[in-house]
Design a protein around this ligand. Structure first.
Ligand SMILES: Nc1ncnc2c1ncn2[C@@H]1O[C@H](COP(=O)(O)OP(=O)(O)OP(=O)(O)O)[C@@H](O)[C@H]1O
Ligand SMILES: [Mg+2]
Length: 488
């Protein structure tokens, strides 16, 4: 017997019971059989009759039903969401009844089947998904649910491998359709106890990709491979008994692409970014709370770490001078924040850091030498990435991106100038940006040449002034020395 026949039996029995209940109301005296009266009196409500029939039918039926409600208690059921996504995409190509929706946090219109009953096959076994309550149901306030039906003999396969497959696939589709978010922490004065609002978020619209970043291609490939293998390395980390997380330190002068790279990482892996503003975090407890409110598979970035927290080597030396060795790892920030270095170290790789998985920590700084070695040692910041001044290779990449140029007669001159002077990719990009609507590569390259020549002249002048200053310092010192000798 098919599953539909069993469902038909269920509704027929329910109908009969309902008819009996109605008859009993109109002809109470004629239906005075004690057992019947007892049954009918207790089964006044049709829904109750139906539920009982469902139970009876499911007892004799060879099919099993599993229900996944939309909410479990007050919380939304994540399994329901994943199932909804998975079931919605089951052969949408063949279905004629489709539903298009632009859901929250989704970057594009999502097309899903609009049927209430859909079949699926797994390892040659047929299963059915039914979305409830049925449209004929009068109660609109009733919670939605999915019902999975399958034959008893496949119980282990379906409750094990198949359900794992559905949840995994559903979550993967959700992640693909998801619009990446950029979070920033709210000051704790605005945190409310009943609503989880430790972070504010907006859509991450930064289109930066690794293709558009100008840097050594080999280094770029190394970073991409590292990121991709990390994102796929859940089992590997588990095998090693290590929390699944990785730290990247991005350092280099202003305008060399550190923030751009963070956005490119997020776009590559489809991760959200949590931009942690440390100066608004009052203490280590708040820092820990913020950490526990971040989602798995996300990038937690602290920009200009040297400015956010006093984690410099100089501070360390000064403190050791003042015999405050026990405070060595507990430098208090000058502003209202009392986050300490040890608090931050715990944040990255303490017990709490393992409460989510697939997390990437990124620190950016302009002054890597000033950072406390404990903060950036391998294991905390696993990969140190230097982003530096633009090379000729970098320029060619930018010229291709900005002007769609592979070569030009002015490239040779530009190549020589790049050997003689330094310019950040941000400055190069600014010069290559067409000033008028129409792209005019010649004038853009000319403007870059002018800027490079100006930078070269400026550097030359600065060098001469520095030499002059040093010379006059030296001659002043020797004059003082001579005077001193003369007086002596
Ligand atoms: N390596 C690069 N490749 C391509 N574009 C770059 C690169 N570096 C900088 N840019 C351009 O310059 C702009 C500024 O770069 P970005 O903000 O990433 O620099 P930064 O290193 O974070 O600077 P800061 O240290 O001041 O924060 C970006 O919008 C980007 O367009
Ligand atoms: Mg930056």
């Amino acid at each position: 017997m098919t599953i539909d026949s069993w469902a038909q039996i269920g509704s027929t029995v329910a109908g009969l019971m309902f008819t009996l209940a109605t008859l009993q109301q109109f002809f109470p005296h004629q239906l005075r059989v004690p057992l019947q009266q007892f049954v009918l009196a207790s089964l006044q409500q049709f829904s109750f009759v139906q539920k009982l029939c469902d139970k009876l039918v499911s007892f004799f039926s060879p099919y099993i039903q599993i229900t996944f409600p939309e909410y479990s208690g007050y919380w939304s059921n994540q399994a329901f969401d994943a199932i909804e996504t998975y079931v919605g995409t089951l052969s949408t190509t063949k279905a004629s009844l489709l539903k298009g929706s632009l859901i929250k946090n989704s970057k594009a219109l999502v097309l899903t089947r609009d049927d209430r009953k859909v079949s699926d096959e797994f390892d040659g076994v047929k299963v059915w998904w039914v979305l409830g309550p049925s449209s004929s149901s009068t109660s609109s306030s009733e919670d939605k649910y999915f019902q999975l039906m399958f034959h008893r003999q496949h119980r282990d396969l379906i409750t094990g491998a198949y359900l794992d497959h559905v949840l995994e696939q559903g979550k993967a589709i959700e992640a693909r359709n998801k619009q990446r978010r950029l979070y920033t922490n709210n000051p704790s004065d605005n945190w409310s106890s009943y609503k989880k609002n430790l972070w504010s978020d907006i859509a991450l619209e930064n289109p930066a990709t690794f293709q558009t970043i100008a840097m050594d291609p080999k280094k770029k490939e190394e970073i991409i491979n590292d990121l991709v293998s990390f994102s796929k390395g859940k089992e590997y980390y588990m095998k090693l008994g290590k929390p699944w997380k990785r730290g990247y330190l991005l350092y280099g002068p202003p305008g060399t692409g550190k923030s751009t790279m963070v956005a490119a990482m997020a776009n590559l892996l489809n991760y959200d970014i949590y931009d942690l503003e440390l100066t608004t975090v009052k203490n280590n407890t708040e820092l820990r709370k913020l950490l526990t409110e971040t989602s798995s598979k996300s990038i937690i970035v602290i920009e200009d770490i040297d400015c956010s927290l006093d984690v410099t080597g100089e501070r360390k030396k000064q403190e050791s001078k003042n015999n405050e060795k026990e405070k060595e790892k507990n430098h208090v920030i000058e502003n209202t924040s009392k986050v300490t270095l040890s608090g931050l170290l715990n944040f990255i790789d303490g017990t709490w850091s393992a409460c989510g998985t697939g997390r990437i920590f990124v620190f950016t700084t302009n002054h890597v030498n000033k950072l406390d070695p404990a903060l950036i040692r391998r294991g905390r910041m696993d990969m140190h990435i230097e982003l530096s001044y633009c090379s000729f290779e970098g320029f060619k990449m930018l010229a291709k991106n900005y002007l769609d140029l592979d070569s030009h007669e002015l490239f040779e001159k530009i190549g020589i100038l790049f050997k003689e002077t330094k310019m950040t990719p941000a400055d190069v990009a600014e010069n290559l940006m067409p000033k008028r609507e129409k792209k005019d590569p010649d004038s853009c390259l000319e403007s870059l040449i002018q800027a490079l020549e100006y930078a070269k002249e400026k550097a030359k002048k600065e060098k001469t002034t520095k030499i002059k200053k040093e010379r006059s310092k030296k001659s002043y010192a020797s004059l003082i020395k001579k005077r001193w000798l003369f007086q002596a």
